[in-house]
Design a protein around this ligand. Sequence first.
Ligand code: ZN
Ligand code: ZN
Length: 372
Amino acid sequence: MSDLYPAERLARAAEAAQAAGLAALLLTPGPELRYLTGYDAHLSERLTCLVVPAMSEPFLIVPRLEQPAAVASPASRMGLEITGWDETDDPYALLAGRLGLAGGGPRAVGVADRMWALMVLRLRDALPGTGQVLAGPVLTGMRVRKSAAEVDALRAAGAAIDRVHQRVPGWLRPGRTEREVAADISGAIVAEGHARTDFAIVASGPNAASPHHEPSDRMLAPGDAVVVDIGGTMPSGYCSDCTRTYAIGSPPPEFAAYYEVLARAQDAACAAVRPGVPAEAVDAAARDPITAAGYGRYFIHRTGHGIGLETHEDPYLVAGNSEPLAPGMAFSVEPGIYPGPHGARIEDIVVCTDGGCDRLNNVTRDLVVVEG
Ligand code: ZN
Ligand code: ZN
């Protein structure tokens, strides 16, 4: 865990806060807090907050009843001061007093991107005259390039979700509902090593044309294409996300034609990944062959998203994002074609390496046809 959550990140976060002109970063439970400390903190109405001042030592404020969990986490092993507050204390006043921003000119703090409004507003009251901006962008430069230990954690997540996909054909039977298949998949995501299931999209027949379809009571039928997009969070905190499209019996002829186009486009996009290439060029590498084959208007989403402690984080592979790729960046490559009354998507998580692209999902991308 010390490789995955090195103590030096706290000092780098303080430097990043200072470079951004912020007095401190205030990080309630979420990916930023976990990234900096390894502490998978419980999010509730009781304030837990990692305070990273630009100019002084960081500290963690936790409800007294959660102090043992915080102390047991990697946070205490990195020498972070952990302060418990009691049920009758005002933790916001405690935080403000300890931070000591009184005096001086205009100032601002960075607040966690997903901090509850409840806490944002109470912090505003406790720190009068202090502006609030998002902390996420301050930390993106650190988080976007994964360390070797983070890539290992993502690789383990990719292998675990690949094992689930290998079992999916056994659950796709005519007469079973999407919801029943999704329940089997959710159990397997945990059985194959995740701490929890984050999503299990099973989109069959006409539902396959809806990229974020919620599993329904629709029964699978011969001739269906089934988009299965699944992911979970590993005990390490790192996420998986992988899509394969299956067919039950013989799919419609037009489906087979565009599935080939899609598979070639997904390959071309992976082949385009290397350091210095703008993120949007990978989107174009996926989109151009799909457009050339006449399916461009059916590819209705970006090509990919970064992944790490969150399933969706920077960098986003989308037209307009000219940010150059760099070694260590991890993201999905997931073009889709959804003409209706069927659709298809192929998704792998990949890592940009010094030499190009390392795919973390390796289960077959050929169309898997199960008996109808
Ligand atoms: Zn996905
Ligand atoms: Zn995805």
